[in-house]
Structures are given as structure tokens and as C-alpha cells.
Design a protein around this ligand. Structure first.
Ligand code: 4AD
Ligand code: MG
Length: 479
């Protein structure tokens, strides 16, 4: 197999003849090509011997031209690199008009790069982010596979709303210009492709629960879709989610699994790509320098990640979290935009206060009010009247807010049915979900990790649009 540039730079092929292919980053003095093939941010210096190429050929070695170079790999004399390639043959595989190429060898804003997302893979920042993204994908599969979890493919097209939040994209083949109507003048979905109304899934959890009732330990890793009109740096309309589901686990087991998983995969990605972590650490430090002193974060990226690996996540109940907020100087000085009281769905300013100011580390908040959580969460026994809670958990991470949401599930048929009715979730259509509670039900728990939020956490990227190659957000579906 032809070695990539990351391998070549390790120097083991020194004094041999090799061939490399890649894209030109820079070409200086008509002699030194910095060549990149995406295996690392470090370029291979390709030396073009003087007079070996004529004027027209030299002119074609432009930024982003694709070339093949063959020659001898030698110990480098220049500083900043271990080896260089002295080329005896250079072939231009693909020309690139330097005048028209939008990416110049200089700093571009992340906003500008989003507009040319088809080319931004060729920048160091996106190359590092995507290599780490890849390592996290692999690390997650490895984590679950080593623990004998079964990977389940759950459907992408679905007839039910797993979260009951009504944030779904409809899937239809009906002619939307001329929708068929039934006798009540409602759209007649019996004429639609599936003979019923269907959507893109918001979560694979319900199907994962069915599988856990046979395989004990399962996980999904798939795309999920939310038509929520949230234009924030943490929301995508299309994102990837990892959803483990484990029979016989309770809420504490669930939190233990989540913490272990996060630490294991973060450690794996850091060990796999230390250069990319270094690069992003420096990038973030540079970005922080541009901010006013009171807005800067205390830790560098590497310090933050190492701190997370070395320390236990804080575990508190929702009620304790609300108490901390009510006692906080921020609350007393009216610094919060949204009010705080027991029962609120915490806003991101509250979550950030808890993780960034108060605990300065990831926090697992458990036992949320029943009224702000999904129908499938297990209702806690012995609640104070008017303060009913469910066995829910959210993991809040510094700089991110909610990175994981999960719960122990309601395994008791009567309680689940009652809750579904209260929340207008169709029990008849969801007979299949309720059947698991009819036939051999048991305690079980699971969670959903928002993959892009994990990538943000590991790379220190401030905007979720910069950790997925082609982000889908409200009013934006380019590429
Ligand atoms: O908290 P959520 O909505 O939980 C579920 O979907 C459950 N079915 C999970 C489970 O228990 N199996 O979503 C889980 C995680 C969130 O914590 C967040 O990290 C991420 O998914 N997430 C999003 N990420 C990006 N863009 C969005 N619009 C997101 N919505 C949720
Ligand atoms: Mg949630």
C-alpha cells in the first residue's frame, strides 16, 4: 500500500524511492512545494530540482493543484521537517486556477468557510476536526463492541414521534400541490406511499428498547432529524446520535455507563490524534485572545480535556441544581435573563452557570420534574405532592450545555399507559412499544449522546456548524 504523508513524515522510508499524491498548499521560490494529502496537517516538502521543469509546468503548480511526485526521500536539511522528497518526476493531475480558487494560504473566518463548505476540508482546522470526528466514531463503536453491546440499525422513516415533541420532518410522496382529502376535508394519508403519515425519525430509542428486551445491551449510531427552529451554535436539523439501551440497568448504572463512555472515547481520540489536538488547542488559544478578558475561558482545550479525564463528573439532582441557582450570586444580582424556580426547564444560561462557574466540570443532573420530560421516563415513587419527578438524567458539559439526555424507562404498563394518555401519545398505534411491557417487562435504561456536541467538546469548536461537514440548519441546506 502506498504510504500517506503522515506515515512518510515518520521517516522510516528514508533513502528510498517513493511516490506521493496530494494537493499543493504552497509553492515558493519555484522550488519548494508544501504537499498535503489530508492524513495530517503537516505538509511534505517536495523539492523541485532547478531547471527540471519548464516555465509552463512551474506555472501550473498552484495552491490546490493536485499533483503526483516521485523521487528520493531524504533527511531534511531545512528546519521544521524531518524528511523531504527530492522529486525527479512531477505530474500535474488536476490544475487549479489560483486566481479563482477561493481558499488562499491565509486565515479565513469560519463564517466564510461555511459558505465554501465543499472546499473547507482542505483547511487545517477542518482536517483536524474531521480526523477527530472519525476517531470518535471508531472509539464509540469500539467502546460498545468491547463490552458486547449489539449495534442496532433503527428506522430512519418512522410513523411515530419518539420524543412526543412534534418536531418532525414529514416524509411523503403525495403531490403537495394537489393533496388528496378525505370526507372530513383532512389530508388523506391512506393514499400516501406508506398508507399513513410518516416522518424522519427524531430518535431510535423506542426501537432500541425493543431490541434491549432480547439482547440486553444494544446501541444505535444513526442520523436523527429535528424540525426545531433553533438557530443556535448547538442545534442542527440533522445530527447523529448514539443511543445505548440496557436491560436491568437503573439510573445510576446509566450514569456510570455514560461517564465511562465519554471518558473512554475522549481519551481514545486524544491518543489517536495528538497533533490535531495540539493544533486545535493553539487555534482556540488564538481565538480566545481576541475576546475581552472577562469572556475568556479559564482552561486551554487540552487542560479542559485532561481535567475531564482525571475527575469524576459531579452528580446532583434537579432539585439541588435549582437550589444552587437560587443561592448563586448571578441569581441574586439578577444576572439571569430567565427566572429560576422549581419546575422550570433550565435555560442554557442556567446550565452553563452550573458547569462553568459553579462546578467547573461535567455535571450529571438527575430526577427532573415529570412535566418537562418525555412520556417514557420512569416516574419516581415517593415524590412530594406537586413535585413529581422522573428518573431522567442530563449530562451538562462546559462550553456545550446538554451533551447527553437519558433516563430509566417506565417499565410498568399501567403507569406508562396512563402517562401516554395524559400526554396525548397514541397508545393504540404504539401497541408494539407497550407490548414489551406486556411480555416480560423489566427495568431498563438508556441515553442519547449528541455526536456533534461531543465533537464540539473535543475540538473546542464554538459552533456546531463547524464540526459536521455539511450542516443542515433552518433556511440552510446547501451542498
Ligand atoms: O435529549 P434528547 O432529545 O434525548 C433523546 O432523543 C432520547 N431519545 C435519548 C435516549 O434516551 N435514548 O437528545 C439526546 C441528545 C441531546 O442531549 C443532545 O446532545 C443531542 O441529542 N441533540 C442535538 N444535537 C444537535 N442538534 C439538535 N437539534 C439536537 N437535539 C438533541
Ligand atoms: Mg434532552
Amino acid at each position: 500500500m502506498r504510504p500517506d504523508i503522515a506515515t512518510i513524515l515518520k521517516g522510516t522510508q528514508i533513502d528510498t524511492q517513493i511516490t506521493v499524491m496530494g494537493w499543493v498548499r504552497t509553492f515558493r521560490n519555484n522550488q519548494f512545494i508544501a504537499l498535503n494529502d489530508g492524513s495530517t496537517n503537516h505538509n511534505l516538502q517536495v523539492v523541485v530540482p532547478l531547471d527540471s521543469l519548464d516555465e509552463t509546468q512551474l506555472k501550473r503548480i498552484t495552491t490546490s493543484a493536485c499533483i503526483r511526485a516521485t523521487g528520493q526521500l531524504i533527511q531534511s536539511l531545512g528546519k521544521g521537517q524531518t524528511v523531504e522528497l527530492v522529486a525527479d518526476a512531477i505530474e500535474i493531475l488536476g490544475d487549479s486556477d489560483a486566481e479563482k480558487y477561493p481558499l488562499q494560504p491565509k486565515k479565513h473566518s469560519l463564517e466564510f468557510l461555511r459558505e465554501i463548505a465543499h472546499l473547507r476540508f482542505r483547511t487545517n482546522t477542518f482536517a483536524s476536526v474531521n480526523r477527530l470526528r472519525n476517531a470518535l466514531i471508531f472509539g464509540i463503536h469500539q467502546f460498545f463492541q468491547e463490552r458486547n453491546f449489539l449495534n442496532i440499525h433503527t428506522p430512519i422513516i418512522s410513523a411515530s414521534d419518539a420524543e412526543g415533541a412534534g418536531e418532525m420532518f414529514r416524509v411523503t410522496t403525495l403531490d403537495i400541490e394537489a393533496l388528496p382529502k378525505d370526507e372530513n376535508d383532512k389530508i388523506d394519508f391512506t393514499q400516501d406511499f406508506f398508507g399513513r403519515s410518516t416522518n424522519l425519525t427524531v430518535s431510535g430509542q423506542l426501537e432500541a428498547e425493543l431490541a434491549a428486551m432480547a439482547f440486553t445491551k444494544v446501541y444505535t449510531f444513526g442520523p436523527t432529524f429535528r424540525a426545531e427552529n433553533s438557530n443556535t451554535a448547538r442545534h442542527l436539523a440533522e445530527f447523529w446520535m448514539i443511543e445505548p439501551e440496557v436491560a436491568f440497568n437503573d439510573l445510576k448504572d446509566n450514569a456510570d455507563l455514560a461517564e465511562d463512555m465519554m471518558k473512554t472515547v475522549i481519551r481514545y481520540a486524544m491518543e489517536k490524534h495528538p497533533d490535531d489536538i495540539d493544533f486545535l488547542d493553539a487555534r482556540l488559544a488564538e481565538e480566545e485572545k481576541q475576546k475581552p478578558a472577562n469572556e475568556r475561558v479559564e482552561f486551554s482545550l487540552k487542560e479542559k480535556l485532561n481535567f475531564v479525564l482525571d475527575n469524576q463528573f459531579e452528580r446532583i439532582t434537579y432539585t439541588e441544581a435549582i437550589d444552587i441557582l437560587l443561592q448563586s450570586p448571578a441569581y441574586k444580582k439578577k444576572k439571569f435573563k430567565y427566572d429560576v424556580s422549581w419546575g422550570i426547564d433550565m435555560q442554557s444560561e442556567h446550565e452553563r452557570y452550573l458547569v462553568e462557574k459553579h462546578f467547573k466540570k461535567p455535571v450529571i443532573v438527575t430526577d427532573y420534574p415529570k412535566n418537562i420530560k418525555a412520556f417514557y421516563m420512569r416516574q419516581n415513587d415517593h415524590c412530594e405532592a406537586g413535585k413529581e419527578t422522573v428518573a431522567a438524567m442530563d449530562i451538562l458539559a462546559p462550553g456545550i450545555g446538554e451533551i447527553i439526555g437519558g433516563s430509566q424507562r417506565e417499565e410498568r404498563l399501567d403507569k406508562l399507559e396512563q402517562r401516554m394518555q395524559e400526554m396525548h401519545i397514541p397508545t393504540k398505534e404504539m401497541f408494539w412499544y407497550l407490548d414489551t411491557r406486556r411480555f416480560g417487562t423489566c427495568k431498563h435504561a438508556g441515553f442519547g449522546l449528541g455526536f456533534e456536541r461531543l465533537v464540539q467538546f473535543v475540538t473546542g469548536m464554538g459552533n456546531i456548524r463547524d464540526v459536521i461537514p455539511f450542516p443542515r440548519t433552518p433556511k440552510n441546506c446547501e451542498f
